[in-house]
Design a protein around this ligand. Sequence first.
Ligand code: MG
Length: 348
Amino acid sequence: MLLSYIPYALEFIHPFAVFGNTRLRTPSIMVKIESEGYTGYGEACLPPYLGETVGDTIAFLKRATKVLNTATPEMGLELLLLMLKPYMSADYAGMAAVEMALNDLFARFEGKSFRAWKGFNTGISRDTAHTIGIGDLEQLPGKIKEAEEFSTLKIKLGTKRDREIIEFIRQHTQKPLYVDVNQGWKNKEEALELMIWLHSQNVVLVEQPMPIGMKDEMIWLTERSPIPTIADESVRRMHELRALNGSYAGINIKLMKSTGLGEALRMIEYAKNKGLKVMLGCMAESSCATTAMAQLMEFADFIDLDAPLLYKNDPFTGLTYKHGKIVLNDLPGLGVAPKPGLFENSLI
Ligand code: MG
């Protein structure tokens, strides 16, 4: 039987996404792929600063629809993905959505959870870090209290107030911290000095301390830093990972950068072989794509998958959070389900 591909796609605006210390409207496009009475779901999350627009993504989904409408499930997942590849340009998130939905669908064909289908550990739950926005320092104690059940907090630095912020946080909690600098430091000596101090403050990793272009400086910094440096903006896919060349001690893998679970897994394998730390992260995905990424939790050194907690109106169910841990269900496929009525208004 033919794959009935994406008869519905939906733009879902996430009104609460926080990037750095600003809030941006972040659309997600939800897709579903139906075949033989089964349905697979996927999500493309499109933070505006990444440059993938709703229009581009819909255009890619239309191209992908043409390809998959001539395909059959018997071709298998790998071949279907190969067929789609030439139709993708910069549609990383769009491809991630389709790849996610196909993985969901194929695992459902087998009646198994994605993890059981892949032979992964099925009974795993893991702590996730929880991001707290800095904003006004006066509001921080309240935010720290709200995040009480999480064992690790993540904060964004990269301004002149970095030391002040950490010192303030340390008056209220001694929990380990993930720090994301979002390319904010421009001087390697100052960065190193700060990292040595952050190490003494129980900061356990620093994400993307310097701009993408400052690779030599990052090699210098990573060699000397007492804290692992984690590449985020510097590494989206395999080819960038292969080119890291000692500039980072680890990588933050996100489905919206990697184009899906398959490449995320290849990146994990490569990173482990090279002795690099693996962090699993997300943009502002709902429970749909976040649950997909959480399938790979057992392979991660660091987990930062808290985006659904920022939603007041999450369009999907899937993973749950209990006492600061991510808990996955054992339903077939990725274990995700849309809220009723979600796919009623199709964009294409
Ligand atoms: Mg980051």
